[in-house]
Design a protein around this ligand. Structure first.
Ligand SMILES: Cc1cc2nc3c(=O)[nH]c(=O)nc-3n(C[C@H](O)[C@H](O)[C@H](O)COP(=O)(O)OP(=O)(O)OC[C@H]3O[C@@H](n4cnc5c(N)ncnc54)[C@H](O)[C@@H]3O)c2cc1C
Length: 294
């Protein structure tokens, strides 16, 4: 595995925003992750791990230390006890498809981009479903003390969040999950339908999906942004989608900066707060240039 220097991170974020990683690699096995972590520790570099980049932008100033795009890819399914173990770099799309073919229903996560690791850290979900309801445990790496098996409670789950999303203290290597079994034909059809309808409904382009968390079960962030009159609002290459007001689109490509994104997010929060009384909390993350964690 090659460790690159000054690799542009913009192409690894779905929003295409980011400067250079001081050092960068794409580990495809647990051993390669361990090797990369060994390299960073020897040099005293901070470490940042991500998966699909579908919920993060990187600071335009670049990221110090070592940035790793986790690209492990493996799923094993124990059909007897219904436990599924997936490598963290496996795509959610592959997980949903493999489970459907084995008669397990993960259709709630159909059409969501990104990896299993990113989903487990973000507590990805749709409607009332969230991945934390399926997480049994995980194998995680603490760069300073090694590999441990942890249970569900380790993640300290909250709505669209976990302890790891903010602390970045561990790298998730693999995850043990459980899903309800059902009829293969029905599950396959459900997955096909959800993927198709999401593709039809959702705006295309450079985006991280929903920018803000819904502030309450019956209060949708998109509705508040629309009520605040911000649909279609555009500045500095960034636009609020007219059809899906919680989605920010980057129309300026690689020229759009993380600073512009920060200002855009703050502007939306302020206007929504003034006009509706709700202070929105971001769901997406801008990875900051000076990381001290891991
Ligand atoms: C078009 C579109 C639609 C979307 N729809 C939905 C939706 O319906 N529901 C929803 O909840 N989200 C949705 N999202 C957001 C996003 O797809 C999910 O949150 C996804 O699960 C993130 O996975 P990722 O691998 O891309 O994570 P990344 O963006 O790569 O990373 C997210 C976080 O996880 C951390 N991380 C990733 N992998 C690891 C690892 N192995 N070890 C430790 N930390 C790690 C990163 O450091 C970062 O903090 C959507 C995004 C887009 C672009």
């Amino acid at each position: 595995m090659e460790i690159l220097q000054k690799e542009s991170l913009s192409r690894y974020s779905n929003l295409r925003i980011g400067g250079d990683a001081e050092h960068f690699c794409i580990p495809e096995s647990e051993q390669e992750i361990l090797d990369a972590v060994g390299f960073a520790r020897e040099k005293g570099f901070p470490i940042m791990a991500f998966g699909g980049g579908s919920n993060i932008a990187f600071d335009s100033k670049g990221i110090q230390g070592l940035v790793m795009k986790i690209s492990t890819d493996n799923i094993s399914i124990d059909t007897e006890n219904g436990t599924i173990v997936a490598a963290s770099g496996t795509s959610l799309a592959k997980l949903v498809k493999c489970l459907a073919e084995s008669g397990f229903d993960a259709s709630n996560f159909a059409g969501v981009p990104g990896t299993v690791g990113g989903a487990v850290v973000n507590n990805t979900g749709r409607n009332n479903a969230q991945i934390s309801n399926h997480v049994v445990g995980a194998k995680v790496l603490d760069p300073s003390s090694g590999i441990t098996d942890v249970g569900h409670s380790f993640f300290g789950y909250d709505y669209r969040s976990s302890k790891l999303k903010h602390e970045h203290s561990h790298i998730v290597l693999s995850v043990a999950l459980q899903f309800v079994a059902g009829d293969i034909v029905e599950i396959r059809e459900k997955v096909r339908y959800i993927v198709g309808s999401r593709a039809k409904r959702q705006p295309t382009g450079m985006t991280l999906g929903s920018t803000f968390k819904n502030p309450a079960t019956e209060v949708n962030a998109w509705q508040l942004i629309q009520d605040a009159g911000l649909a279609g609002y555009t500045t500095n290459g960034l636009r609020i989608s007219d059809t899906h007001c919680n989605w920010i689109l980057n129309e300026g490509g690689a020229d759009t900066s993380s600073e512009a994104l920060r200002e855009f997010i703050e502007k939306i929060r302020n206007v929504v707060s003034e006009r509706t009384g709700y202070l929105l909390e971001p769901e997406i993350q801008i990875i900051s240039s000076k990381r001290t964690s891991i």
